[in-house]
Design a protein around this ligand. Sequence first.
Ligand code: SF4
Length: 355
Amino acid sequence: MDPNAFARDLVRWFRRRGRDLPWRRHRDPYRVWISEIMLQQTRIETAIPYYQRFLRRFPNMRSFARAPLDRVLKIWEGLGYYARARNLHRAVSTLVHEHGGRFPETADDWESLPGVGAYSAAAIASIVNGEPVVAIDGNVRRVAARLRNAARVSDAEVEVLFSASMGPHEPGLFNQAVMELGQRVCFPRRPACAACPVRRHCAAFSAGTTERVPARKAGRPVPHYEIAVGVCRKAGRILVSRRREDAMLGGLWEFPGGKIRPGESPERALAREFAEEVGLRIAVGPKIVTVPHRYSHFSVNLHAYECRHAAGRPRALDCAEVRWVRPAELKKLAFPAANRRILQTLKGDRGWPKT
Ligand code: SF4
């Protein structure tokens, strides 16, 4: 592959056909950083409205650093992978309070911030600082493997391949062009080679092996859990608990409950979980709904039950915080997706709010 001719074809295509995305309209480090974090594990179409809403609410670092974490999580609600929001908030607060609001200037400096991995650091530094570093993720590895017709490529090989091409081009533009090619043309299955601007440089295309490289990894079985949660009511209020910040979905609110152990009924699991998590005795009533939900590494069925307070004062024994709230207050709190589906069922219930 001629690295210069490859880069020329790729960058020309990107300049003509690259999507006009909101974060591509400027090189403001804050905006580019927010977009790169939102795009981790998230489709572009999903991230756009969140990105726009986020910037309307927090137009700059200082306004973001001032916001309480609860408000940040509420804006992030539904986007998933909430550690991203917590890390971003922590990193921005550090820059504002300890570094006078100055942004990092190299990929290594960006990577030292919480939640900024090697890919994001390279993407941000190349776009914002013009640093010639190759941003490598799954899309970029796949494109590199096909260009070389290799079953596998190491990150070092990807770096050598694309560094040679980046040469005279703007590093940020080049990285975004490779990424766009992987997202819109060089699909994991059935790549659109007929529309590919770099097919004359592609060894897999020449060899007719585009469907076979890179070699696919065997999928791992996904664990599944049955979870019981209780919508516990007392005097017109509902009990909610906030997850510990170091836990998955940390900082979000939920209905208390937990995993049903082998041989345990959902009702017994709920009584046990309420005692362990919030120190309450409850009476378990009828089932409200079962919500199936998939996370990246496991799946759950969330069985939600009506419950009534029987004895005790709520204490945060195995959660960050616990509160009785009025139904109208629930919409101000950030809940994970499966809990939001329970909330929607409750709102559709003619008996809402029950006491
Ligand atoms: S020719 Fe096909 S396989 Fe090769 S880079 Fe283009 S889209 Fe990917």
